[in-house]
Design a protein around this ligand. Structure first.
Ligand code: ADP
Length: 693
């Protein structure tokens, strides 16, 4: 036992619970503080306060900072920690783990007398067998000794670990909450976004729906205005539920007359024509029904009439698959059927006429190289075999050799769309099997594709042998008569010329005038006779073209001069520039020009003017004769050059209608061209052009 605590001091250290006992029993004599009886009163007084306080307190005393504390402080030292070793221990030895934190604070209090206050400060300490995070709210204050020098440091401290941890937990919870809130906010945002998307989607759906509605409307419109009749019938009574304009047009009814009315009530006349049975069958079997070209009697435009239709009945099924209606798509083909019947009728007529006229038909499919002749055509071409005919052998090969050239020229023109428009019209001879000749008139047409390539050649052939023989006979007769008349006319002309000469010498003006007119009239008759002769020669192929070069202007001037002498009713002017020399049959070209000149005078009133021109144009001679006469209607122009053609209105003017025909034949034989332009009432211009050689 140490020195007992003197009675004068014991009351300072009385009580104090466990620590009171421990302090009293501690061997202070071996500490730097020395035995209790040597302790300063300030230490004892302070200890008295500490030991009797229920507030955790701690005291470092002396330069070694020897430690004291009270029971209230014990929980902060924990189990198996620094207690009880901390009592009497040097501060530095006791708080090795926290000394770096505490020492500066102690120094501040000890050496500078400044108290320290800290709240919820983390000062980890070793307790409960481990280093624990301990939070403190504490204040250090200096305790002076009786001399006013540093005695010790009183630490009144309160462990706030629990509160801090609670606070931390709360903060943590708060953070979590905040996080949750943020997550919630994010989720909320996402929900809002999703909602926005939904709204947008809804808008898109709305747009799509209205587009769909628009499309449906458009579709309905198409159906409504479409060219095909469409209707929907519902139930066993075939109530007319839907229909378009075309149906109404076909039925000849208004919408009010059919809407929601059973079909056969709306169209009673359609009963008994088999449609009820057909529709019922579709309802019962669910099988589509397709009909083509069916006659239907309907009451339309105030009367019953037969119509023709193609139609389809299609079953309509409900959601359960039951058939509860029929869609009808119908196309009225009455016009087509009637047109076809008309074609059939025309075809029949054509066939009959063909048979009656004994027309033969040939058909050449150029694209596929197929040539066909009907029986009559075969006879006319002298085809004796019954096999496939060929263009070369049976068509061309059957043509009489003398006519080959003529046919090939016409064929060449017919196959040139720009020249003939495909028209083919020619007379030629074929050989019969008995080698006799047969005359044929053939008319046909060549058809072209878009590239102007001939694809088909169809034509008819007619036996004109009899007619031709008659004509030839007639021509021979005309030729003979004309020939016989030529000699007396030539004599007559000669006598008149002599008389005209004598009258001239005797200066018998009256006789000169009469004889000039007589000579002109004889010339006219001679020309006419020559015309007939030429026609007959032409027809029998005896006309000869004898080409020699001559100056065209000279010929024209001669003819005009003759005319001026013979007539005074019209003025004639001649315009020319270049000298045009051509190689042609002068006599025949003379016939042509005098024909055109006499027509110009014949078909225009007295006192009018005739204008003749001769020029070189595109390397050809071009002659025109222009009058101020009555003119020719456009529809007659193309026929002017036909044989014996005369414009009907001109009946009071004499003529035979062979002049222009001869002109055309002569010009054609010179490889030239002849044509006319005219304005009725104002006058006509006749042109011909000739190659120079
Ligand atoms: P013709 O004069 O003998 O009747 P043409 O062959 O010369 O025969 O003429 C055929 C028809 O063409 C005439 O009947 C006439 O109707 C018409 N024709 C010819 N030339 C003219 C013209 N210059 N002006 C008006 N019509 C004409």
């Amino acid at each position: 036992m140490e020195n007992p605590i003197p009675a004068s001091r014991i009351h300072y250290l009385a009580g104090g619970g466990e620590l009171g006992g421990l302090i009293r029993d501690y061997d202070w004599g071996s500490s730097s503080l020395g035995p209790i009886d040597q302790w300063p009163v300030t230490l004892l007084t302070t200890l008295n306060i500490i030991l009797n306080s229920k507030f955790p307190m701690f005291l470092w005393w002396g330069k070694d900072l020897i430690q004291f504390y009270n029971d209230a402080y014990l929980p902060s030292l924990g189990e198996n920690g620094k207690h009880p070793k901390a009592l009497g221990q040097k501060g530095e030895d006791c708080w090795t783990e926290t000394w770096p934190v505490i020492e500066p604070l102690i120094d501040q209090v000890m050496n500078h007398g400044q108290p320290v206050w800290s709240e919820n400060q983390l000062i980890p300490i070793y307790r409960n067998n481990r280093l624990e995070d301990v939070y403190w709210t504490f204040g250090y204050s200096r305790v002076n000794d009786e001399n006013g020098l540093f005695g010790g440091i009183l630490a009144i401290c309160y462990e706030t670990t629990v509160q801090v941890e609670n606070l931390k937990a709360i903060q943590h919870q708060y953070q979590q909450q905040t996080q949750r809130n943020e997550t919630l906010a994010t989720t909320n945002q996402e929900l809002t976004d999703a909602n926005d998307e939904l709204v947008q989607e809804q808008e898109t759906i709305q747009i799509k729906l209205s587009l769909l509605a628009e499309k449906e409307e458009r579709f309905k419109n198409i159906i409504n205005q479409g060219p095909v009749a469409v209707a929907i019938f519902r139930g066993p009574k075939f109530i007319i539920e839907e229909f378009n304009y075309k149906v109404l047009e076909y039925w000849g009814r208004t919408a009010e007359q059919v809407k929601d009315i059973p079909l056969f009530e709306a169209l009673p006349e359609a009963r008994g024509q088999g449609f009820e049975e057909l529709l019922t069958n579709v309802l019962l079997t669910g099988e589509r029904f397709v009909a083509s070209e069916l006659p239907v009697t309907l009451f339309r435009k105030g009367k019953l009439g037969t119509t023709w239709i193609n139609f389809i009945y299609d079953p309509i099924r409900d959601a359960q698959g039951n058939i509860d209606g029929i869609t009808v798509i119908c196309n009225e083909i009455t016009e087509q059927v009637n047109a076809r019947k008309e074609v059939e009728r025309s075809f029949q007529q054509g066939r009959l006429s063909k048979e009656a006229a004994q027309l033969g038909i040939f058909d050449c499919d150029i694209e596929n190289n197929i040539f066909e002749m009907d029986d009559r055509c075969r006879v006319l071409f002298g085809v004796t075999h019954s096999g496939q005919v060929t263009y070369e052998q049976d068509f061309l090969g059957s043509i009489y050799s003398e006519d080959h050239h003529k046919v090939s020229v016409v064929l060449k023109e017919a196959f040139d769309e720009s020249v003939s428009d495909g028209d083919y019209d020619v007379e030629y001879r074929t050989m019969k099997p008995d080698k006799k000749v047969r005359w044929i008139r053939s008319k046909g047409k060549v058809y072209f594709d878009d590239q102007e390539t001939a694809i088909r050649f169809i034509g008819s052939v007619l036996d004109i042998t009899e007619q031709k023989t008659d004509e030839l006979r007639k021509n021979d007769f005309i030729g003979m008569v004309s020939h016989e008349m030529k000699t007396p006319l030539t004599s007559l002309n000669g006598f008149l010329q002599i008389l005209h000469g004598r009258a001239g010498k005797a200066q018998e003006a009256f006789n000169i005038g009469l004889l000039s007119k007589a000579i002109y009239q004889v010339k006219k008759v001679t020309n006419l006779i020559n015309g007939f002769l030429n026609v007959s020669q032409l027809e029998s192929g005896k006309i000869q073209i004898q080409k020699k070069p001559f100056v065209l202007q000279e010929l024209i001037e001669e003819l005009i001069e003759d005319l001026r002498l013979a007539q005074t009713t019209h003025t004639i002017t001649f315009y020319t520039q270049d000298l045009v020399t051509i190689k042609a049959d002068r006599q025949k070209i003379e016939n042509v020009i005098s024909n055109l000149l006499s027509n110009a005078i014949k078909y225009s009133p007295q006192g009018k003017h005739v204008e003749v021109r001769c020029t070189l144009s595109e390397g050809r001679a071009l002659v025109s004769v222009k009058d101020e006469g009555m003119g020719i209607k456009p529809e007659n122009i193309s026929r002017l050059f036909d044989r014996f053609y005369r414009v009907e209105d001109n009946n009071q003017i004499s003529g035979f209608g062979i002049g222009l025909y001869l002109c055309a034949e002569i010009i054609e034989r010179h490889n030239g061209k002849i044509w006319a332009e005219s304005t009725p009432g104002l006058g006509s211009t006749f042109y011909f052009s000739l190659p120079l050689n």
